[in-house]
Write a protein that binds this ligand. Structure first.
Ligand code: S5P
Length: 260
């Protein structure tokens, strides 16, 4: 796959989705392509980290359902921080059901995800209905959807054909789908955002088969646009200085890619 050497702001012009446009522009303006996966189980700690690391990030990825002490006002506090530091809120919900069900899960329940998450993600296994259901709730709020095209976990079942079929589904909903969770750029089309989780400065695995790549490999070799790091930052001694290292590594790699 030939990786796009266009700048993020150039790529913003190709987007049909206002959310994708916004993310490309935000990255260029703020000079960061770093996302943080905030797999944190207590609200006060989540808010504290979001406030501390917010200036370094283009995106904060949450798993809202792992919080031990969720309260309905928490999402609004996260939104305030997202506004203060200018980052995108991505709820990593991985919807994977029929359209009617995912719409209910997206809009309702105790989390009311559609009210606060700028972007969410979904598996394409159920077919186009999962996207249609989410789009019915998300389009009117100008939200964006990311499709899982490749996963980082060892032994996952997403083969090359699945990834290509996911791209084809995305193309049918290009005003709402903004890109992919993927380990490699899925298309040469410049408007798709490639989000890569499982990024770590030292390549390693965890005991459950998580497989990490470095920021350099992700951006320069694999064509990632947004690197998303979690434990690599959160388990370090000084999370702010570590986040800055990740930010630098991601941004340098992007600049080098643009020079190609
Ligand atoms: O393929 C994937 C897709 C996702 S969204 N592999 C992943 O690890 N993720 C998510 O990224 C996962 O749910 C977790 O929130 C994060 C990885 O965290 P880390 O601590 O291993 O960096």
């Amino acid at each position: 796959m030939i990786v796009s050497s266009h700048s993020y702001s150039e790529r913003a012009h190709y987007c049909l989705s206002p959310m994708a446009q916004n993310i490309f522009q935000l990255m260029e303006d703020k000079q960061t392509n770093l996302g943080l996966t905030a797999d944190i189980t207590h609200a006060d700690q989540l808010l504290e980290i979001a406030d501390l690391l917010g200036p370094e990030l283009c995106l904060l990825k949450t798993h809202i359902d792992i919080l031990e002490d969720f309260t309905p006002d928490l999402p609004q506090q996260l939104r305030k921080l997202a506004l203060k530091h200018r980052f995108i809120l991505f709820e990593d919900r991985k919807f994977a059901d029929i359209g009617n069900t995912v719409k209910l899960q997206y809009e309702g329940g105790i989390y009311r995800i559609a009210d606060w998450a700028d972007v969410v993600n979904a598996h394409t296994l159920p077919g186009p209905g999962v996207i249609q259901g989410l789009a019915e709730a998300g389009r009117k709020k100008n939200r964006g959807l990311i499709l899982l095209a490749e996963m980082s976990s060892k032994g996952n079942l997403m083969n090359a054909e699945y990834t290509q079929q996911t791209l084809q589904l995305a193309e049918q909903f290009a005003d709402f789908v903004i890109g992919f969770i993927t380990q490699h750029a899925v298309s040469t089309d410049p408007h798709w955002l490639n989000f890569t989780p499982a990024v770590k400065l030292d390549e390693s695995n965890d005991k459950f088969g998580q497989q990490y790549v470095t920021p350099q490999t992700a951006v320069l070799e694999n064509g990632s646009d947004i690197i998303i790091a979690g434990r690599g930052i959160l388990q370090s001694d000084n999370i702010l200085s570590t986040a800055r290292l990740y930010r630098e590594a991601g941004w340098e790699s992007y600049l080098r890619r643009c020079e190609r």
